[in-house]
Unconditional design. Structure first.
Length: 170
């Protein structure tokens, strides 16, 4: 079971997220009366021109942003940074405001849970050091990618539009 501190951090980041999908904030408010686990967290690593994103080829989900399960006692932001480093070797500073919050199931048969997406600006020249069996790559945002979460590319593009419009400071 998750401790209150990580749940408080998840709730605060969910409220601060620039984008909300799937009624995530209302879902979280009702879910907090129960046990919320596992929490999910990922990082949208974008190049400085906001034209590319780092993706990992997951054996079941296809191409997805680096991320995964938030460990017990871990805040979602810390979990996202840890997963990013484990899956790509990258350790960029995460942008202050979370990019998005959503509710989704990460595998058939698993219950829906809260997932927070954070963003970072990375250097495409920095080598990616992927986990064994999960290659990492830079993909252009104007191309689609093969994923069991087909809305992800549209959601990242919507976030990039907000960044380009100056709606948020990097």
């Amino acid at each position: 079971m998750f401790e209150q501190r990580p749940l408080d951090a998840a709730a605060a980041d969910a409220e601060a997220a620039m984008l909300e999908f799937d009624g995530a904030r209302a879902w979280l408010r009702s879910a907090l009366a129960d046990v919320v686990e596992p929490l999910g967290a990922e990082v949208w690593v974008l190049d400085p021109a906001l034209e590319q994103i780092v993706l990992v080829r997951h054996p079941v989900r296809g191409l997805v942003p680096p991320g995964g399960k938030v460990e017990p006692g871990e805040c979602p932001r810390d979990g996202a940074a840890r997963e990013l480093a484990e899956e790509t070797g990258l350790r960029p500073r995460l942008l202050e405001r979370p990019a998005a919050v959503t509710v989704r199931s990460f595998h058939p048969g698993l219950p829906a849970t809260l997932s927070l997406s954070y963003a970072a600006i990375g250097d495409p020249e920095q080598p990616l050091i992927p986990e064994a069996g999960q290659p990492a790559t830079w993909m252009r945002l104007d191309e689609g990618w093969d994923s069991c979460l087909p809305d992800d590319v549209l959601r990242v593009r919507e976030y990039v539009k907000l960044l380009r419009s100056g709606s948020t400071a990097w």
